[in-house]
Design a protein around this ligand. Sequence first.
Ligand code: SF4
Ligand code: SF4
Length: 98
Amino acid sequence: MKHKYLKNVATLKLEAEKCIGCGMCVTVCPHSVFSIDMRKAEIVDRNSCMECGACVKNCPASAIEVQAGVGCATAVINGILRGTEPDCDCSGNSGSCY
Ligand code: SF4
Ligand code: SF4
C-alpha cells in the first residue's frame, strides 16, 4: 500500500521554466510525486511527498525546492520511527500544526 502523508502541507515547489526534463526527480522520488510530460517535470501527487529532499539534491537545474527535514510530516515520520508521539518545532505556541 502506498502511504499518504498529511494533505496540502508539503513544501514542495517546482519551477517548470528551469526544468530541463532530465527525469532525475522521477527516478529518485520514492513516492512517484513527479512525472515527465512534454520534456518537463510536473507534480502529479503532491500529497505523497514526504519532504525527504532527494529530488532537490538530484535536480541539476535547481528547479525544485522543498523544506526537507522540517515540518509536521517529518515529525510524524520521526514519531513512527522512534515509536513516540509526533514531535516538531511547530507544536506548542505557534499553533501552525494541522
Ligand atoms: S522531497 Fe522526496 S518525496 Fe517529496 S517529491 Fe522530492 S523526492 Fe519525492
Ligand atoms: S530533476 Fe529537475 S531538471 Fe530534471 S526533470 Fe526533475 S525538475 Fe526537471
